[in-house]
Design a protein around this ligand. Structure first.
Ligand SMILES: [Zn+2]
Ligand SMILES: [Zn+2]
Length: 457
């Protein structure tokens, strides 16, 4: 993608990648095919937007990369709101970085350090009400983040096919191999420090400390010490087949797990609490920024496992885990392109290319034609017909528009209103409608190289 092919303005970026930590952003930036160092002043940002962005290209996608000023859902919500203000056309946000995971998934499958978790469902762990009888978490889709929207679900569905999952994995490992050659990437995966202790075995002084000798008590020194310093007993390690006898230099191949991720503004450092949540919620990983982004964008959380969310955790695996997550995100974007733009539209509307070409040739012959003729009306009308009957007439009137940007804004306004009144069914319908119309716009632009697509219901 040469510089002349870069998006003309910031409203043409459709992919954002958000990272909470500098080491996560470093891995993502190293995985990009281009970084446009001169771009920030060209694209600018909306008034009030406090974020600083890096622009570049991953595969065929222009991407905007954002590093949060700190960890947690409050930070991510504020940053996502600003991102939304500055970049009006973002279709997909990948939240990429590191996480703690449960060592065994719901089906008993082993999860080891360096594996990657991709969110199927986000469970907000700290959102609910405190009753005298205990904390009751709210878990409906309207009250807290939950399942992703239809577009993300269909992407996830692909990877449930064994063939597509295998392809995702193979390509991810290829990206990882390339990424590992980057001079700014940490290549060591510290196999010997991938230690899983029994849940009841606490990380603390095991001899000679009064505070640590009390039941369920850990002193401050022990909290910040390593297992080696405290002499945590190797006999308390849990056996895992994937780590057993593996090559200490290369280790086993990293795996990608789809599943539920728990999010909260707290670091999970208790194996017993971890296992309770895994059992009750089916959670396979824990992170701290998902809810803030999930609320505002189509979002996939892609996180490399750097610890087991227990008291024995250390930071040695963070750099490597971030690299595996960045490699996975890169492959997800590769597949997002092929699935979302050309493939889906051509298969859904096989005659669209002919329709468009016929119309544009006609427009050329008449020199200055009504710009509406540039629209492949049959395609647009089909989408509108699918949805039109589901919207009241006054809303359809709102959609009447002369260009894609105004049209999208009208839909966004309606969507915001619905969000306030929590009319979920209509909200989802509008989302899907917007995605189809946006995809149509991109598709026609892709075919024509034309400047703007005009449309009218
Ligand atoms: Zn102690
Ligand atoms: Zn320990």
């Amino acid at each position: 993608m040469e510089s002349q092919d870069r998006p003309r303005d910031r409203n043409r970026f459709e992919i954002a990648i958000i990272c909470a930590l500098a080491l996560e952003a470093n891995a993502v930036l190293c995985s990009l095919d281009e970084i446009w160092h001169d771009a920030p002043p060209i694209y600018g940002r909306a008034p009030g937007d406090q974020n600083h962005y890096v622009f570049g290209r991953s595969g065929r996608h222009p991407v905007v990369v954002l590093t949060l000023a700190g960890m947690g859902n409050v930070q991510s919500a504020g940053a996502a709101a600003s991102l939304n203000m500055s970049f009006g056309s973002i279709q997909l946000v990948l939240l990429v970085g590191i996480c703690g995971a449960v060592p065994f998934g719901p089906g008993g499958q082993e999860i080891i350090l360096g594996d990657v978790i991709v969110s199927e469902v986000l469970v907000r762990l700290d959102f609910g009400r405190q009753y005298p009888t205990g904390f009751k978490r709210k878990d409906t889709i309207l009250d807290a983040p939950g399942k992703p929207n239809e577009e993300i679900l269909s992407l996830l569905q692909r990877w449930k096919s064994q063939l597509m999952a295998q392809q995702l994995h193979i390509n991810m490992m290829q990206h990882l191999t390339t990424l590992m050659q980057h001079p700014q990437i940490e290549t060591e995966n510290h196999i010997s420090l991938d230690q899983l202790f029994a849940p009841e075995y606490i990380h603390r002084h095991h001899i000679g400390c009064t505070e640590c000798s009390l039941a369920d008590s850990v002193c401050d020194i022990a909290l910040n010490a390593s297992c080696e310093e405290l002499g945590c007993d190797q006999n308390m390690l849990v056996y895992r087949a994937r780590r057993s006898g593996c090559d200490t230099r290369n280790g086993p191949s990293q795996q990608i797990h789809l599943g539920s991720i728990g999010t909260a503004d707290m670091v999970m450092k208790s194996a017993q609490h971890r296992d309770e949540l895994a059992a009750s919620e089916g959670i396979i990983a824990f992170e701290m920024e998902g809810a803030g982004v999930w609320d505002k964008f189509n979002c996939l959380i892609v996180k490399g496992v750097c610890d087991y969310a227990d008291s024995h955790k250390n930071k040695k695996w963070q750099g490597y885990a971030a690299a595996v997550a960045a490699a996975t995100a890169k492959e997800i974007l590769e597949q997002y392109v092929s699935h979302d733009i050309a493939a889906s539209l051509t298969s859904r509307f096989p005659s669209s290319r002919q329709v468009f070409l016929a119309q544009s040739a006609d427009a050329e012959s008449q020199e200055v034609q009504d710009t509406n003729d540039l629209v492949p009306r049959e395609i647009f009308d089909k989408i509108a017909r699918d949805f039109k009957r589901k919207f009241p007439p006054e809303q359809v009137e709102d959609f009447q528009s002369t260009d894609l940007l105004i049209f999208r804004k009208a839909l966004k306004r309606l969507q915001d209103e619905q969000q306030r009144t929590r009319e979920l069914r209509n909200l989802r319908r509008i989302e899907l409608f917007m995605q189809r119309i946006d995809a149509l716009g991109r598709f026609v632009q892709h075919l024509s190289g034309s400047q703007e697509i005009l449309c009218l219901i």
